[in-house]
Design a protein around this ligand. Structure first.
Ligand code: ATP
Ligand code: MG
Length: 344
């Protein structure tokens, strides 16, 4: 009865929506993307906050530097996102907790709001809010690897504008559906960005190259890790242009990849190599400690680091169901740009 006829309906509709059909939804996704991107005014306010923090910090630590990292610097930030700042102090041995507590003191006496030192967090930080702009900010110490991976992400986004569109929409989807929270066992924004870069590296024709496999023009060693990649991305402006896929097609293919095609049992996605590598080769085939490796996303620089390690046997199910839901909507829904982002 009901079941059979809905099956029939589905297969009829499956024939109906083609690559061409899906592309007719591109303008709707583009306008969602545009409504999510921060305005010039917001960027300006962030810059001002950074400058006033710099003034305060230089007084106390004359050799220190402030770097922006995370979504406010990698081009994948939505409007009104918090800013992530790294305080770089290179004076040999330092006591991070002591510096964070002193920093909190300084910020408090400058009338910044909600100043809080979280010295026991996995990444110890000071949190604050700027009353003038309403912007919240986290400051960490000497997390230079995050500054370097932020640069890699930003450089990728400068090659083809579809990466930024894809990431901003995927992050919006993940936040709406409750699957962007490492404390709850789902994935970080950083993990989603790597998934999008990897996906565009594997399109045929490719939309993104593999910057770490090219002749390096940028090299630094951070915490004993050599970070090297090609960063003259202005020379790669036309790299992806042979591929004409629209953002709607890419979203459709992205979700269907993670819903139906990714080999969760054997594969690791690797932006570093521009392809798929095996769990076997990384020895990520079994649970070690708390790392379960149920979805494997290799960090481009910390090679032993799996961004999927926060996912457990319950949340992998939730994630995969969400990928399937999204793929189904892209395939069948008459109004995909609405239903995709419905709150869970
Ligand atoms: P959002 O808009 O959700 O705040 P975000 O880009 O700031 O997104 P986060 O996941 O909050 O993303 O991470 C901020 C930055 O911290 C990342 O851009 C990355 O540089 C670094 N980072 C985050 N998680 C990791 C990780 N597990 N390993 C290495 N670096 C990380
Ligand atoms: Mg952030």
């Amino acid at each position: 009865g009901h079941h059979v006829s809905s099956q029939r309906m589905r297969s009829r509709r499956r024939e109906l929506r083609t690559r061409h059909d899906i592309t007719s939804f591109a303008p709707q996704f583009i306008s969602i993307y545009e409504s999510l991107t921060p305005s010039e005014g917001e960027k300006e306010k962030q810059k001002q906050l950074l400058q006033s923090l710099e003034k305060l910090i230089i007084k106390e630590w004359p050799n220190a530097q402030l770097h922006l990292y995370g979504s406010c610097a990698n081009s994948f930030g939505a409007s009104s996102c918090d800013i992530d700042v790294c305080l770089a102090i290179s004076d040999g041995e330092i006591d991070k907790s002591k510096i964070l507590l002193r920093l909190a003191e300084i910020l408090q006496s400058d009338n910044l709001q909600d100043v809080q030192a979280l010295t026991r967090a996995r990444v110890p930080i000071v949190k604050l809010k700027d009353p003038a702009t309403g912007i919240s900010c986290d400051i960490c110490i000497n997390n230079i690897l995050a500054v370097v991976n932020t640069k890699l992400l930003r450089n990728y986004s400068q090659i083809d504008h579809r990466l930024r569109q894809l990431v901003i929409i995927v992050k919006h989807w993940a936040k709406s559906r409750g699957v962007n929270d490492t404390y709850q066992g789902t994935l970080s924004s950083y993990a989603y960005v790597l998934m999008c870069i990897h996906f565009l590296q594997l399109r045929r024709p490719a939309i993104l190259p593999c910057l770490q496999e090219m002749q390096p023009t940028y090299m630094v060693t951070v915490d004993g890790i050599e970070c090297a990649f090609f960063d003259q991305v202005q020379k790669l402006q036309h790299f992806g242009s042979v591929n004409r896929e629209s953002i709607a097609e890419l979203l459709w293919a992205f979700f269907s990849y993670w819903a139906y095609h990714h080999d969760y049992a054997n594969d690791v996605i690797s932006v570093r190599t521009g392809g798929i590598i095996s769990k076997q080769s990384k020895d990520w085939t079994r649970r070690i400690g708390n790392d379960r490796h149920l979805i494997c996303i290799e960090d481009p620089f910390e090679l032993s680091h799996d961004l999927g390690r926060v996912v457990d046997k319950f949340t992998i199910k939730i994630l995969r169901e969400e990928f399937e839901r999204a793929a189904e909507i892209m395939q069948y829904d008459p109004n995909p740009s609405v239903r995709l982002f419905e709150p869970y």
